[in-house]
Design a protein around this ligand. Sequence first.
Ligand code: UDP
Length: 196
Amino acid sequence: VCRVRILDIPVDVINKKRAEKKVEQMLMENKSHTIIAINPEKVIAARYDSTLKEALENADLLLPDGAGLVWAARIFGYNGIQRIPGADFMENICKIAARRNCGVFIYGSREEVNRKATQILQKRYPRLRIAGRCHGYIDEEKMDELIEMINASGAIVLFVALGSPKQEKWMMKYLPRLNKVRICQGIGGTLDTLAG
Ligand code: UDP
């Protein structure tokens, strides 16, 4: 997958089909991979936030989640790029995880939002195995327990809904301690949207 830079922020030249293929590959590799959607807000924020920029630079898949980004990439001749909203792609990952029987863990958002969104996903994808879930308002000193809980759940896929740049920083800090997770996607406010 080719990676271009828009205003010095990296984004992948990819379409949904190839991104799905990439997810399948990630599931077969015994290491953790990060998936982050690049939208205009993140392009701007990363210019002034070097930790966020570092998280983006080190991501394994950077989804083009903005019409302007896609337009700009096409101007430079990268016609293979297609807009992939992070929220849509979360459901693509759920479908793949269900098919492969990989457990998913859903971390983030308010408790009732997390619970409702998890129920909706379970209903939408009956074969999806929800390994665990937790709201996104855990104190820093309780983080060890959460890490323990995610590891013990056996989840292969982890969705992190803390908003940006919190979720990207969380992923960079804690992913090295999540020894079973192979895919970790930052999903921003997706659970809020799902829960309505
Ligand atoms: N959130 C959270 N913990 C926090 C801060 C935010 O779980 O400490 C959740 C919040 O409940 C919301 C999500 O992060 O569900 C996304 O927040 P926001 O809309 O600000 O992020 P964006 O979608 O713009 O990235």
